[in-house]
Design a protein around this ligand. Structure first.
Ligand code: PMP
Length: 328
C-alpha cells in the first residue's frame, strides 16, 4: 500500500468480516462491514467527508470557515477529523444524553461542543434546530445538515455500496441496517440495487423508532424505547426520500445486547449497540431469505465508545438491562 496523502483518504475501504456465530445460527453467510475502522471510528466519517467536499464544491465553505452540526456524536467526530485535516473549525451540538466517550472525543479533537437537553424534534431546542440557528448566527459557517443533506447518502452510493459489491464479488442476497439519518440504508440500498435490483434491502429499526411502522403500515408511529445511540428516526428525512425497503424488522435492546456481548466474547469484535441491532436484523433477513444466502450489514462504531454505558455493569443494572456474561 502506498502512503495516503492525508487522513481523509483513509476514510472508507473498510474490510468485511464474516460473523461466525450469526452465520452458523442462520445457515447463511452473514458479513459485516467494519466501519469502526474509519479514522474517526465510525460509519459517519464517510458522510462527513462528502458533506464537507460538497459544501466546498458549492463554494459555501472556504478556508477559515466553520462547520456546524447537530449530531448524536459520530458525525461530529467525523466532521472534526475532516475539519482538522482541511483547516476548518467545528461547532458540534449534541444531546447531553449521548455517551461521555463521544463528548470527550469531540473535545479531544478540538471541536467546540454545545450540549443541549434531549428534546423531541418538534421542540425548537432540539439539537438539530439549535445547530441550524448556530450556523445562521456564525460568520463563514456552513450547516452540515446530515439528515436532509443528500451528500450524506451519496457517500454510500459512491463508496460503501461499490465496496460491498466488489468485496462479495457481486454474490450477495441481502443488506440491512438501522437508520439515524437514513444515509447508510438508502445510499447502500440504492447503490446495491443499481448493481443488482434483486438484492433485498431491509430496514432494521430499534424500539422507539417510527420507520418500521411507516414501511409496514404506512403510518409514522412508535412504541417502546432503546438505549442505542445514533439510530431511531421519527420522520422521513430527505436521505430516505425516494427509497423504500423491501422488508423491515424491529429489534429490541433485550435482543440486541446479548448479540453485542456475543460478538465481543466469541469473535473479538467490540462494537456499539447499533451494530448489535444491525446484526440481529441481518439474522432476521437471512432467515427470511432462506439457507445458503449471503447477507451484509454494518458494524457502525466501536464498543469503546460505550464503556460507560453498555459495557458498564452499574449503568446496565440501573436500567434492568442484561449484563455481559463475563461481568455478572
Ligand atoms: N450507528 C451509529 C452508532 C451512528 O452514530 C449512526 C449515525 N447517527 C448510525 C448507526 C446510523 O447511520 P445513518 O445516519 O447513516 O442512518
Amino acid at each position: 500500500m502506498t502512503p495516503a496523502d492525508d487522513v481523509i483518504r483513509l476514510i472508507g475501504n473498510t474490510p468485511l468480516v464474516k460473523l461466525r456465530r450469526a452465520s452458523e445460527a442462520t445457515g447463511c453467510t452473514i458479513l459485516a462491514k467494519c466501519e469502526f475502522m474509519n479514522p474517526g471510528g465510525s460509519v459517519k466519517d464517510r458522510a462527513a467527508k462528502y458533506i464537507v467536499e460538497d459544501a466546498e464544491g458549492r463554494g459555501v465553505l472556504a478556508p477559515g470557515g466553520t462547520i456546524v452540526e447537530g449530531t448524536a456524536g459520530n458525525t461530529g467526530i467525523g466532521l472534526a477529523v475532516v475539519g482538522n485535516a482541511k483547516g476548518y473549525r467545528t461547532v458540534i451540538v449534541m444531546p447531553e444524553t449521548q455517551s461521555k466517550e463521544k463528548q470527550d472525543a469531540l473535545r479531544a479533537l478540538g471541536a467546540e461542543l454545545v450540549l443541549v437537553p434531549a428534546a423531541p424534534y418538534s421542540n425548537p431546542g432540539h439539537y438539530v434546530h439549535t445547530s441550524r440557528r448556530l450556523a445562521d448566527e456564525t460568520p463563514n459557517a456552513v450547516w452540515a445538515d446530515q439528515f436532509d443533506n443528500i451528500a450524506n447518502r451519496f457517500a454510500h452510493i459512491k463508496t460503501t455500496a461499490p465496496e460491498i459489491w466488489a468485496q462479495t464479488d457481486g454474490r450477495l442476497d441481502g443488506f440491512t441496517c438501522a437508520v439515524g439519518t437514513g444515509g447508510t440504508l438508502a445510499g447502500v440500498g440504492m447503490g446495491l440495487k443499481a448493481f443488482d435490483a434483486n438484492i433485498a434491502v431491509a430496514l432494521t429499526d430499534p424500539d422507539g423508532a417510527a420507520l418500521y411502522n411507516y414501511y409496514a403500515e404506512g403510518e409514522l408511529c412508535s412504541s417502546g424505547s432503546s438505549v442505542s445511540e445514533g439510530i431511531g428516526q421519527s420522520r422521513i428525512t430527505a436521505n430516505l426520500e425516494g427509497f423504500t425497503p423491501d422488508d423491515q424488522f424491529r429489534v429490541s435492546d433485550l435482543e440486541a445486547l446479548p448479540i453485542v456481548y456475543d460478538l465481543m466474547q466469541y469473535e473479538g469484535l467490540c462494537v456499539g449497540l447499533s451494530s448489535g441491532i444491525n446484526v440481529a436484523g441481518a439474522m432476521k433477513l437471512a432467515r427470511a431469505l432462506g439457507p445458503g444466502k449471503t447477507v451484509v450489514t454494518m458494524l457502525c462504531d466501536s464498543g469503546m465508545r460505550y464503556l460507560s454505558t453498555i459495557f458498564n455493569p452499574a449503568w446496565l443494572a440501573a436500567r434492568d438491562l442484561p449484563l455481559p456474561p463475563w461481568m455478572r
